[in-house]
Design a protein around this ligand. Sequence first.
Ligand code: 5GP
Length: 141
Amino acid sequence: MGYDANNIFARMVRGEIPCIRVHEDADTLAFMDIMPQADGHTLVIPKVAGENLFDTAPDSAAAAIRTTQRVARAVRSAFSPAGLIITQFNGAAAGQTVFHLHFHIVPVYTSGAWRPHAREKADPAALEAQAARIRAALAAG
Ligand code: 5GP
């Protein structure tokens, strides 16, 4: 099976469907996960087509990692979690459900439950409020 140019993340890159953005540059896009595992759960994608880490050009993967590091710092600064997990799944067997390379930034809190992966939609207003905190942390540098 090849890359599906109509996957949900590719459509976000083209602006065909909305997402709650926290960062965008020429090569990457970062936005709130609609079914977050924890408050502040953010996704980072390269803009180019590529199902996973293996079939994305190294420069594009590197750009996505750079943005992941920058946004993860902002998430840490905005939410002060006890820890923070970065994940990236390759293939359905590994848990991948959207087939465009992406990195998860998931804060870990000492109190509060870890919600299941890609299960429950969060309140959009809550996601907007979280995104505002991340954008502010990014702006603060
Ligand atoms: P994967 O399972 O492929 O690693 O992760 C895909 C992620 O995309 C999941 O965490 C899921 O919650 C998230 N997701 C699925 N559909 C949408 C959507 O329409 N918008 C946003 N913002 N995230 C989505």
